[in-house]
Design a protein. Structure first.
Length: 451
C-alpha cells in the first residue's frame, strides 16, 4: 500500500497562518464537520476530499482540524521518533465510548459479562477454542498458510508441526498460554526476549537471531510488497537497549501514582504500537507487539480478553492495520489514529464472540431437544455438536482433554461412554485411539432419546 499523503504540520500552520482559520474555527457552522473529523480521525486526504462540502479549501479545513486537535489538549508518552520528536494522543468521544464498552465487557467475571457461559465446562471449551483461533489468525497475518481445521486439530491433539507455517501457529498458542502465567510479572528486556524467542522458535531463517535485539548489520526496514516502497524505517540497533528499557518502564508504570492517568487499555495499545515502531527484532515484531498487548491487558485484570481473537479481526482488513501505523507517523506522531483503530478492533472482537456464543447456544438448544441432558454431560454434548457440524472430525483422549481442560482419565471416560452408547466408533491409529462419528448421528440420537 502507498503511504498516505502528508498535510501541513501543526508548527507549519502556526508559522504561516491563514487569518480565516481562527475566525472559521470558532464558527458554529463548522463545528459538526470538525467533530466528525476528530471523532473519526480523518487524515489529510480525508479532510481534503471533504473540504468542499464544508465550504472550505483543503488547506483551510486541515488547518482548522489541526488547530482544534491541539486546542483540546493532548498527552505525550516517552516514545520518540528518529529525530527525537514526541508521540502524543487525544481521547475524542469515539475512543471514550469504546473504552466504556471495553470496561463493561472485559473487566468483570465471565458470568457477569456473558451469563450464557455459566457452565465451567463451557467456559473452558470456549476459552481453548478462542486461544486456538488467535494463534492461527496471528500466524496468518504474518504470512502463514494453514487450514483452520487442520491447525486447530494439530493444537488440540498436540501433533508435531510439519512445516514453518504450522510451527508459527504452535508458537503463538504456547506464547499466549505463557503470557497468562507471567501476567503478574513486571515487563523486562529479558521477558521481551523470552516472548520473541517463544514466538519464533524453529520458525526463523537464522535461529541465532531469536531472543535478542537486531544488530547494526541487521537493519530491518518495513517494505510494501506491492508498491516496493519503504513504509517505515525503525531506529538504529544501537539505540534499542535504551529504547526498550523505556518501553518496559512505561509498561510497568502504576497509573494510580502517575501524574497523568492512562487507561489500561490505552496503555496496552500504546505498547503494541511502540514495539512495532521500534522493530527491535530481526523477525516476529508484529507477533511480539500483539502478544505484548495481551500481556498488558491481562496484567490490568482484563481477564476476558483471552476469549477474544483480536488477530482474526485485524486479518480481515490488514491494510487498515498498516494504515493506522502510517497515519500516526505521517501526521505529527499523532497516536490517536492507532488508538481509534485498535479500540474499534477490540469492540468488533467482543461483538464477534457474542455472535459466536449466541449461535452456539442456539445449536445447543436444538441439540438438547434431541438429547437427554441427564445422560450426556456438557463436554459430551459439545462433542456431539462438533460432530454434527463436521462428520469427518476425529477425537482423541488428548484433544478432548486439552479442549475442555480436564484430565486424560475424564476425557477417556467421556469418549468411551459415547462409544458404548453407539455414537462414536474407536479405532487404534498407531499408539493412539481415534474416535470418529458413526453414520446418521442425528437419527441415532433421536432413537437413543426414545429409549
Amino acid at each position: 500500500m502507498k503511504k498516505p499523503k502528508k498535510g501541513a504540520s501543526f508548527d507549519a500552520i502556526l508559522q504561516d497562518p491563514d487569518p480565516d482559520i481562527f475566525r472559521k474555527s470558532a464558527d458554529p457552522a463548522f463545528q459538526e464537520w470538525i467533530n466528525k473529523a476528530n471523532n473519526q480521525m480523518w487524515n489529510w486526504e480525508d479532510c481534503s476530499h471533504r473540504a468542499k462540502n464544508a465550504g472550505l479549501t483543503p488547506d483551510q479545513f486541515w488547518g482548522i482540524v489541526k488547530l482544534s486537535r491541539r486546542i483540546h489538549g493532548h498527552q505525550t508518552i516517552p516514545l520518540r521518533d528518529l529525530k527525537g520528536g514526541m508521540f502524543h494522543y487525544r481521547l475524542p468521544s469515539s475512543i471514550q465510548h469504546a473504552l466504556h464498552y471495553i470496561d463493561t465487557h472485559l473487566g468483570g467475571s465471565v458470568q457477569f459479562a456473558w451469563p450464557a457461559l455459566e457452565s465451567p465446562d463451557d467456559q473452558k471449551r470456549y476459552l481453548i477454542s478462542s486461544l486456538c483461533e488467535e494463534a492461527i489468525s496471528s500466524s496468518e497475518i504474518e504470512g502463514a498458510v494453514v487450514t483452520r481445521k487442520e491447525a486447530k486439530g494439530m493444537l488440540l491433539k498436540n501433533k508435531k508441526p510439519q512445516n514453518r507455517d504450522e510451527q508459527m501457529v504452535v508458537n503463538n498458542f504456547r506464547t499466549i498460554q505463557m503470557l497468562n502465567h507471567r501476567r503478574s510479572e513486571p515487563l523486562t528486556v529479558e521477558l521481551l526476549f523470552e516472548i520473541q524467542r517463544e514466538l519464533t522458535e524453529n520458525a526463523m531463517d537464522d535461529a541465532n537471531a531469536s531472543g535478542r535485539f537486531r544488530r547494526p548489520d541487521e537493519q530491518i526496514d518495513v517494505w510494501d510488497g506491492e508498491d516496493h516502497q519503504t513504509l517505515h524505517v525503525p531506529p538504529q540497533a544501537d539505540e534499542l537497549p535504551e529504547r526498550m528499557q523505556r518501553l518496559c518502564d512505561f509498561a510497568n508504570a502504576d497509573s494510580k501514582k502517575d501524574q497523568e492517568f492512562i487507561h489500561p487499555a490505552i496503555r496496552a495499545i500504546l505498547l503494541h504500537f511502540w514495539l512495532a515502531y521500534d522493530h527491535p527484532f530481526v523477525d516476529g515484531n508484529g507477533r511480539t507487539a500483539r502478544a505484548l498487548f495481551y500481556w498488558s491487558m491481562l496484567r490490568h485484570k482484563y481477564w476476558l480478553v483471552e476469549y477474544l481473537t483480536i488477530s482474526s479481526i485485524i486479518r480481515q482488513h490488514p491494510k487498515r492495520y498498516a494504515r493506522a501505523f502510517l497515519d500516526t507517523e505521517q501526521d505529527d506522531n499523532d497516536l490517536t489514529y492507532f488508538l481509534l483503530y485498535h479500540v474499534q478492533v477490540i469492540e468488533r472482537s467482543i461483538q464477534a464472540f457474542q455472535d459466536y456464543l449466541t449461535r452456539k447456544i442456539h445449536e445447543k438448544k436444538r441439540l438438547s431437544q434431541v438429547l437427554l441432558p441427564a445422560v450426556f454431560n456438557d463436554r459430551q454434548q459439545a462433542i456431539l455438536l462438533e460432530a454434527q457440524a463436521d462428520p469427518e472430525m476425529t477425537f482423541t483422549y488428548g484433544s478432548h482433554a486439552r479442549g475442555h481442560q480436564v484430565t486424560l482419565a475424564t476425557a477417556r471416560n467421556d469418549l468411551l461412554d459415547l462409544e458404548k452408547k453407539g455414537l462414536l466408533k474407536g479405532n487404534r491409529v498407531g499408539r493412539r485411539f481415534h474416535f470418529v462419528v458413526v453414520p446418521n448421528l442425528e437419527e441415532r440420537l433421536r432413537e437413543f432419546s426414545k429409549k
